[in-house]
Design a binder for this molecule. Structure first.
Ligand code: AMP
Ligand code: MN
Ligand code: MN
Ligand code: MN
Length: 286
């Protein structure tokens, strides 16, 4: 089979099962409307939206891939690892995700205390409400609460003034190791992908060590074209993918029609000269 660049593939999206706003059903319908051929739902540390998305996808023309986006601590930074084609009913996998969600709730309490030390009211209940008590509470839910209460005009403004290193509401958190997250993904039958690699600015020259460790742990793919990569980033990670022999992924990282940089299915295209990760699923489409 040839290399298939012509499909509209989106392998990185969020629903209300994590910090997206659309229900899994509405996300799949939006993707189908946007003429997406292959869609993965990759909620943060949760597969709670997968069953609904899978069910709805059966009444559309798109091919649905169950996924996840796992937060990992590496080199003092938080790295995101997308897992594609995972078994969302795997018991060990679900247990591991539950552990991360428990950590998120404990972190949310510390975020709330940190904001209160700066004179803000408690926003924990509001953040949990925004998370729909999905067990997957995160900074975006606090950002929506801060915006709703008028402390900031936009989500972007929140992430400039709060919740990031050196600002009110930032707390250190220990996420799982890269090794553990890769083990869980592979044990659930999935493929691990380093998400939006251009975003790990604080790693500086250590990014190549991350990629080498990922490779040595059996990693085989990175996102090249994503909503947060510039055209310069895309060229850079195309050449890094080829250097390491990684497959290339494409995903919008869509969260919300108003907040997201890019709509479902509208990430920049993968450049020619990359090996699309979806080549292995194309046979299932025919
Ligand atoms: P958490 O996993 O709870 O640390 O939250 C991380 C999430 O916050 C990301 O997945 C994004 O959805 C959101 N986020 C982080 N930085 C920004 C930013 N600068 N602008 C908008 N959203 C952001
Ligand atoms: Mn997010
Ligand atoms: Mn991410
Ligand atoms: Mn994401």
């Amino acid at each position: 089979m040839g290399i298939c660049h012509d499909l509209n593939v989106d392998l990185h999206t969020h629903s209300s099962a994590s910090d997206g706003v659309l229900s899994p059903e509405n996300l799949v319908k939006r993707a189908a409307n946007n003429k997406v051929d292959i869609l993965a739902l990759t909620d943060h540390d949760s597969v709670a939206g997968i069953s609904e998305a899978l069910e709805v996808s059966r009444s559309t023309d798109l091919h649905f891939i169950p996924g996840v986006e796992i937060s990992v601590s590496w080199g003092g930074a938080c790295i995101h690892l997308v897992g594609l084609d995972v078994d969302h009913e795997n018991t060990e996998f679900l247990g591991a995700l539950l552990g991360i969600q428990t950590g998120r709730l404990e972190r949310a309490k510390r975020i709330d205390e940190s904001l209160q030390k700066e004179g803000l009211p408690s926003l924990l209940t509001a953040a949990l409400d925004f998370s729909k008590n999905s067990g997957q509470v995160g900074r975006t839910h606090f950002a929506r609460a801060l915006t709703e209460r008028g402390f900031c005009d936009s989500i972007q403004e929140v992430f400039s003034n709060y919740l990031v290193k050196g600002k009110p509401g930032y707390v250190e958190h220990l996420w799982p190791s890269l090794k553990d997250a890769m083990h869980w993904i592979s044990q659930a039958g999935g493929t691990a992908v380093i998400a939006h690699p251009a975003r790990y600015k604080t790693l500086g020259g250590h990014l190549s060590y991350l990629l080498e460790e990922f490779l040595s742990l059996g990693g085989s793919a990175i996102e090249v074209a994503t909503g947060s990569h510039s055209s310069v980033d895309i060229r850079r990670f195309q050449s890094i993918a080829n250097e390491f022999g990684f497959d290339a992924s494409r995903g919008s990282d869509f969260h919300c029609p108003n907040e997201s940089r890019c709509d479902v299915g509208q990430a920049p295209n993968l450049p020619d000269g990359t090996m699309p990760i979806w080549n292995k699923w194309v046979g299932e489409l025919i």
